[in-house]
Ligand binder design. Sequence first.
Ligand SMILES: [Fe+2]
Length: 436
Amino acid sequence: MTDLDAVLGNAGPTGLKERIAAELAAVRERSLAYTDADDDMLVRQHSSLMSPLVWDLAHVGNYEELWVLREVGGIEPLRPEIDHLYDAFRYPRKDRPTLPLLGPAEARKYISGVRGRVLDVLDRVDLTDPDPLRSRGYVFGLVLQHEHQHDETMLATLQLSRRPGLVRDGELPPGRPAAEPEVHIPAGVFRMGTDTTPWAYDNERPAHRIYLPGYWIDRHPVTNGAYLEFVEDGGYRDPRWWLPQGWEWAERNGVEAPLFWTRDGDTWWRVRFGREEPVPPDEPVQHVSWFEADAYARWAGKRLPTEAEWEKACGGRTYPWGEADPGHLGRWANLGHRAARPAPAGAFPDGASPYGVEQLIGDVWEWTDSWFQPYPGYRCFPYEEYSKVFFGETYRVLRGGSWATHPSAVRTTFRNWDYPIRRQIFAGFRCARSEE
Ligand SMILES: [Fe+2]
């Protein structure tokens, strides 16, 4: 996919429209691939944390209808009676299977009908119109990123289903050991967030200057092998490493290893998309909660980085390696489901930031120590339910995207957030420590 800045800067409105149409086709192909399963698989709820897959499928079409067809195209609602079913704020995920949802065939028909009209709107819209939804195709960036985000959610659902044979895997470059496992980031001011990235969300704006004292940050995300030392050292049985709420959560839920891990004698196994395999030691750990990440960091004599520290380590560019398109098979990062797993530590030396920090983008979302809060001067756009209603001391920020994140839905300023107990997302972490 795209270096969006380059596309939007150089291609002009016609080139941009072609690019948007191609991106829309690609994301739909992805959504249909993840829902290419029997009806029972699609309508069943595989976990109370997740919607049935068929909900996600119709929801992306409904969202596209609301924003592109109604807001920008001025088109009358196609199926006003179903809007409430696909409003993500109306019913909690656990209740969605009991709703009169569109069935798989009907959902596919609905989203394809919406899409046809979306392409008509794209054809006639003026992308140089200063209206913020139209300007440089913002509304199309909104729905593209939204659908890719739901595709990642669908992958989490497919992982929770433990059903084999539905998610393709792929090849990844080998890892390499780090000569210096930590990188020093000197004290100083850096620019956090963005004013200029065309399709950036409201929560990434505005850019603002922040001073950070010097600190150290891990060159790579924490690997399974390193995490296993914490497990084997009794980390889950020692309250010294845990925040009280984290300790209580782990005790109550019998948590003693990352989600999807089991021990058989001396060997740790994991289930990955329905298949059991030994836990690979050099891959970044994933499926850990914020509480586990925080406990590991304390055990290791470190702490989680703040999101400002994480972003500064990227070196002030759109991607840590610069402005170039990460693509699906680029040499910079493991993104866009090129394989169904994180790449081993050290697999992407060309993706290092100017400071030499690696694998910041792709592989695993990285928990940070920060709550999800607005930046100074935040302005809500285009609707409160994207970011604003989540601000506060409830959600922790994750950065950098995972192997399942599409290149169009991540950049160094991109912010994700979740409850500190969540483990079904493709999340790991790296550690930091302050200068002595
Ligand atoms: Fe959504």
